[in-house]
Design a binder for this molecule. Structure first.
Ligand SMILES: C[S@@+](CC[C@H](N)C(=O)[O-])C[C@H]1O[C@@H](n2cnc3c(N)ncnc32)[C@H](O)[C@@H]1O
Length: 273
């Protein structure tokens, strides 16, 4: 495919625009990648210069929607059922099930849920313990396209690559090679679009017993990640837990949360004041 020329100067301002909107960071080594992705959208929109396209995105009344669509095309939705299941299982066994047995109604926010495999895995684990009806699950992502797929509950076989026995036939069915999650499970999750950059639009402070924010902070620079984590910390109840991906650590930029290891998984607890 043809890429339009992207000078270092225009790369810098385009990358800044994208980072401000979605947090995604592009370094100089990503110039060719970004040029390819942005060029196809610029050409489709009738531009033959990426500087002109930048001005359109930034200043035209239709630019904001075009920037959202561009950002959506850049997002990586890689995920699958039972990805990094250990931390989810520990969350269920050690926090959510005991809370339900103590008469509470815990709330969990899955803050970058992509096409939904992560919150649906959690829903399956909760159902297996008989407590799904007692736990509220909110799943959000920036991508409207990913959320549409999550709400439809339709998947492909790659999403099943780590599926344990007993899931198929109970919570999902594969018909003609197309996995489909049972609609009653999909309906247990509240799906909403939310940009992690918009911390002012986060749910009210102190609303959640646990927040999952796995495999998304890696796309952000430390300052951005810190701002997002501060926002997520606010929505946790005192004693609530933040769970990040296994390859992510909040220690590199410091956090007010208290890091604890539980059965090999790291949890970040909001200290009770
Ligand atoms: C690699 S997926 C991770 C999905 C899932 N949490 C997991 O661990 O399998 C990253 C997700 O983060 C979302 N994302 C990226 N930037 C975001 C932002 N600023 N706000 C909300 N979601 C964002 C992407 O749309 C994508 O669906």
């Amino acid at each position: 495919m043809t890429s339009l020329p992207l000078s270092p100067q225009v790369f810098t301002i385009l990358a800044m625009l994208i980072e401000q909107r979605a947090g995604l960071h592009y370094g100089p080594e990503d110039r060719d990648l970004l040029s390819e992705k942005v060029s196809s959208r610029a050409l489709d929109a009738g531009f033959d210069s990426l500087l002109d396209y930048y001005y359109f995105l930034r200043y035209d009344p239709k630019g904001s929607a075009a920037l959202d669509a561009l950002v959506d095309s850049l997002l990586v939705h890689e995920t699958y059922f039972f990805r990094e299941p250990q931390s989810l299982q520990v969350l269920v066994d050690e926090l959510l099930v005991p809370a339900v047995h103590a008469g509470q109604h815990p709330r969990v926010w899955c803050a970058a849920s992509a096409t939904g495999e992560e919150p649906l895995t959690l829903a399956m684990m909760l159902d297996a313990k008989g407590v799904l009806g007692d736990v509220s699950l909110l799943a959000t992502d920036l991508s409207v396209r990913a959320l549409e797929r999550a709400r439809a509950g339709e998947y492909n076989l790659r999403c099943l690559r780590a599926l344990p026995k007993g899931v198929e036939g109970r919570w999902l069915d594969v018909v003609d090679g197309r996995p489909r999650v049972r609609p009653e499970l999909v309906a247990k999750v509240e799906w909403k679009q939310l940009n992690l950059m918009d911390t002012a639009n986060f749910p009210p402070p102190g609303s959640f017993d646990a927040v999952l924010c796995r495999n998304v902070l890696i796309y952000f620079q430390d300052d951005t990640a810190r701002r997002v984590v501060d926002g997520l910390t606010r929505v946790l109840k005192p004693g609530g837990q933040l769970v990040v991906g296994t390859s992510e650590s909040l220690m590199r930029f410091g956090t007010a949360l208290h890091c604890e290891e539980r059965r090999g998984s790291f949890f970040y607890r909001k200290v009770e004041s």
